[in-house]
Design a protein around this ligand. Structure first.
Ligand SMILES: [Zn+2]
Length: 103
């Protein structure tokens, strides 16, 4: 391998290390706050690797952040998410349910 390619590989490793650090911090539990529909729907708790959630970004290629609502998270546990919802969104109390991704 040529020296330049080794430098390129080194730079890639540093790049992926940075990406990994960001994504590791984005691990955890999320919920989607959808203001227009929030009273008529169950609020699902997702984990970061769920296809719906994808680290709080929504479905890849389909999501338009902020258009209908926002992902809120990550939370270190379902209990901390539930506590946050109860403290900040009392009208969602009792509407939380687990997505299939964490059942
Ligand atoms: Zn999910």
């Amino acid at each position: 391998m040529k020296g330049q390619n080794i430098i390129l590989l080194d730079n890639l490793l540093e790049y992926f290390e940075s990406v990994s650090k960001i994504l590791i911090k984005k691990r955890g539990y999320y919920f989607y706050f959808n203001k227009p529909n929030r009273k008529s729907k169950t609020v699902l708790i997702h984990i970061h690797h769920c296809g719906e959630c994808c680290y709080g970004n929504g479905k890849i290629g389909k999501s338009k952040p902020g258009k209908n609502g926002v992902w809120i998270g990550p939370f270190i546990s379902k209990e901390s998410l539930t506590e946050f919802v109860n403290d900040n969104f009392p009208d969602l109390n009792g509407l939380l349910s687990d997505c299939n991704c964490i059942k």
